[in-house]
Design a protein around this ligand. Structure first.
Ligand code: HDE
Length: 714
């Protein structure tokens, strides 16, 4: 727990519901001490088990009912406790108490997730990541249920079940798990031009983060702040990771999925256990109501961003995760988020996607958690006592005194009574609305390509390359040629070069679609709402490229130290000290899981053996100095392993540092062939080797040298 943090009311509340089994005797659920947990009660040593064995029955019955339905989307997740500390009062814009008063601290629980896969699926799937925060405020729970991408696939909640059915495993054979690379997803997407902006994000490396701690968070929709005078502002929420936004490459993601399917979960857990608490700046883009129409897109359209060049992000506080849950199921699995959990001073807009969400989240908890009393589960409880006349239902826990469960009443003295607004009573924002009841899309939503173009234009060359490759990978898995062709037609509206590059690799001709809105049948009234190719007003936006992110920290980066008997202890100790003082984590990889004896007798316990891990699980590699140790690495049992390890790190643009007398290893790798300048391959003769290694790790990868490192450009 962060020592600088003040009292955490949520953690105090959870203590009352937490059990510690140390030094305790085993009991039944009724508290009866058990004296034999090995054998059931039988009619004689070899006789049948007796029905009367209530201890066996209780144990097995509970076990039989251990599972609950997983989340219909976002089933795979990881969570942690933390605190939000306000650095800038938002009092001018919102009455929300947790956003007013500098230095104010609010306990939070955050759950990250992938969307498509099941609970047990791999962390490194190409997917959107959920980023849901529950703020336990003094005015009740406020949930910011966002994603790591600022836009969404669809504009209206009506299409959500279709989208999810399309991306989930196909219904006949339940294939594929946690993947969008299949027919039904691309069939749907190619018929839904409104998804094109989101598809650019999904095909970018943002969909395969290096760590949950290194990704942004977005509220996606425009929300409202309302101040004490009743003046409203549109607000967009942003979370910016202090460690920067970093990703892995797709070939790595695939290999990590086999090597460590819990890669993100483990990384988050270990960082918190090691005291490297993940942090994000919470920022807001504020737009006065009267400026609503200043943009060439609709603020209510969730497929659009507000470029930071138009409305800068104001940083208002820091979110820190500083404590792992005690129990995954009780906390991370049972937490129930809802974008409709509001506090006074924050309200919705008419974004038609958000409006649909407001229905879905309570509804889904009823089948997932099984009762309208899910708010009483400890992790979901508000730190504010709940007073109302809702009663009973499955698993009710609160004991509410008295005869009265209705309002108005005189028997209970009128209590609990309504709160005036000045006493914190919530009142919805009195937005003026008029219009005929209509089932249609607003014309202001019909531009599906300009921001997709903006995103693509804003990417660096390596980012564009990765995006093209992602599309090629995904569309290669599509088995129906017409879907591929239609998709290329859609890409052609975004960028001609992109469409051509993908089409060439798929052996498809770029077909010009005459009707972009493929999903709307010819006789439909909405036919007039065709999105035409439209250039974005602004050509590029810096914030959209990961190239412009934080690149001067090595905190919590994991460095593989390749050590074998006889390696030079002095140089190991020196670089290890420097790395650890910057917060990096050193992990020893040895030929076998046998302690390594260095030249001065120091013993190093390996965390991995070369055959049990792979360089995709590390950020950088250090090959320790030593002639004898290098010879060991070159023995037939280890040579392939160590050469693959290094070649792969090289291809994935990682920092690699070769100590003295390691030439026989170096000469066996592809790195030996390199003819270009490469700041992230550091050799023993470099006098500033340690510093250059640290600098290279901090800059994450040399993506700019990817073609050279892969022998494509020499
Ligand atoms: Fe969700 N979403 N969603 N969603 N969503 C759920 O609620 C839904 C959307 C998001 O860690 C479900 O409790 C609809 C956008 C996150 O527990 C469900 C629509 C964004 C999580 C649901 C959307 C999100 C969910 C499933 C379109 C980003 C995981 C389990 C109208 C702003 C929360 C649950 C956690 C979970 C419905 C679209 C984020 C079914 C109907 C847009 C982070 O209620």
């Amino acid at each position: 727990m962060d020592k600088n943090s003040k009292k955490n009311e949520k953690l105090d509340q959870l203590k009352d519901h937490t059990t510690d089994n140390s030094n305790e005797k085993l009991t039944t659920n009724q508290g009866l001490k058990i004296n034999n947990n090995q054998d059931s009660l039988k009619s004689g040593e070899r006789g049948g088990t007796l029905l009367e064995d209530f201890i066996l029955r209780e144990k097995i019955t509970h076990f039989d009912h251990e599972r609950i339905p997983e989340r219909i989307v976002h089933a795979r997740g990881s969570g942690a406790h933390g605190v939000f500390k306000l650095s800038k009062s938002m009092e001018k814009y919102t009455q929300a108490k947790f956003l007013s008063g500098i230095g104010k601290e609010t306990p939070v629980f955050v759950r990250f997730s992938t969307v498509a896969g099941s609970r047990g699926s791999t962390d490194l799937a190409r997917d959107v990541r959920g980023f849901a925060i529950k703020f336990y405020t003094e005015e009740g729970n406020y949930d910011l249920v966002g994603n790591n991408m600022p836009v969404f696939f669809i504009q209206d909640a009506m299409k959500f079940p279709d989208l999810v059915h399309a991306v989930k495993p196909e219904p006949d054979n339940e294939i594929p798990q946690a993947a969008s690379a299949h027919d039904t997803f691309w069939d749907f997407i190619s018929l839904m031009p409104e998804s094109m902006h989101m598809i650019m994000w999904l095909m970018s490396d943002r969909a395969i983060p290096r760590s949950l701690r290194m990704m942004e968070g977005f509220g996606v929709h425009s929300f409202r702040f309302i101040n004490s005078e009743g003046t409203a502002f549109f607000v967009k929420f942003h979370l910016k990771p202090k460690l920067g936004v970093h990703s892995v490459a797709w070939p790595e993601a695939q290999k990590i999925s086999g090597n460590d399917p819990d890669f993100h979960r483990r990384d988050l857990w270990e960082a918190i256990e090691n005291g490297a608490f993940p942090e994000w700046d919470l920022g807001v883009q504020l737009i006065p109501e009267e400026n609503e129409n200043d943009f060439d897109f609709d603020l209510l359209d969730p497929t659009k961003i507000v470029p930071e060049e138009l409305v800068p992000v104001e940083i208002i506080g820091t979110l820190t995760l500083n404590r792992n849950p005690d129990n995954f199921f009780a906390e991370t699995e049972q937490i129930a988020f809802h974008p409709g959990h509001l506090v006074p001073g924050i309200d919705f807009t008419n974004d038609p996607l958000l409006q649909g969400r407001l229905f879905s989240y309570t509804d889904t908890q009823l089948s997932r958690l099984g009762s309208p009393n899910f708010h009483e589960i400890p992790i979901n409880r508000s730190i504010q006592t709940v007073h109302n006349n809702q009663r009973d239902g499955h698993m009710r826990q609160q004991i509410v005194k008295g005869k009265v469960s209705y309002e108005p009443n005189s028997i209970g003295g009128g209590c609990p009574y309504q709160a005036m607004m000045k006493d914190g009573g919530f009142a919805s924002y009195g937005e003026r609305v008029s219009g005929a009841k209509i089932r249609a899309r607003s014309e202001s939503f019909v531009d599906h390509y300009s921001q997709a173009k903006l995103f693509y234009n804003s990417q660096s060359e390596p980012e564009k390359r990765h995006l093209q490759k992602a599309l090629i990978f995904e569309l290669t898995k599509v088995t129906i040629p017409e879907i591929r062709e239609r998709m290329i037609g859609q890409l052609n509206f975004i960028n001609k070069d992109l469409a051509k590059k993908v089409a060439d690799k798929l052996g498809v001709k770029v077909k010009i679609l005459d009707q972009p809105n493929g999903s709307i049948p010819a006789d439909h009234d909405g036919l007039s709402l065709q999105s035409e190719e439209r250039e974005p007003k602004q050509k590029k936006s810096e914030a959209l490229s990961m190239e412009n992110t934080v690149k001067d920290l090595i905190k919590s980066r994991v460095i593989a130290f390749l050590l074998a008997d006889g390696c030079n202890a002095d140089s190991i100790k020196e670089i290890q000290k420097k790395l650890e003082s910057g917060g990096a984590v050193v992990q020893v990889v040895a030929p076998e899981m046998v302690p390594v004896k260095a030249d001065d007798g120091t013993s190093y316990t390996p965390k991995h053996s070369i055959s049990s891990t792979s360089s995709v699980c590390f950020d950088a590699v250090y090959v320790a100095s030593g002639e004898k140790s290098s010879e060991i690495w070159m023995m037939p049992d280890y040579k392939n392993g160590v050469v693959d390890f290094l070649n792969e790190a090289y291809r994935h643009c990682k920092a690699i540092y070769f100590g003295e007398n390691t030439e026989i290893i170096f000469n066996s790798t592809d790195i030996y062939q390199k003819k270009h300048e490469d700041p992230a391959v550091i050799l023993a003769e470099d006098k500033k080797g340690d510093e250059n290694f640290i600098k290279a790790i901090a800059s994450h990868r040399v993506w700019d040298l990817e073609l050279e490192r892969n022998g494509i450009k020499t």
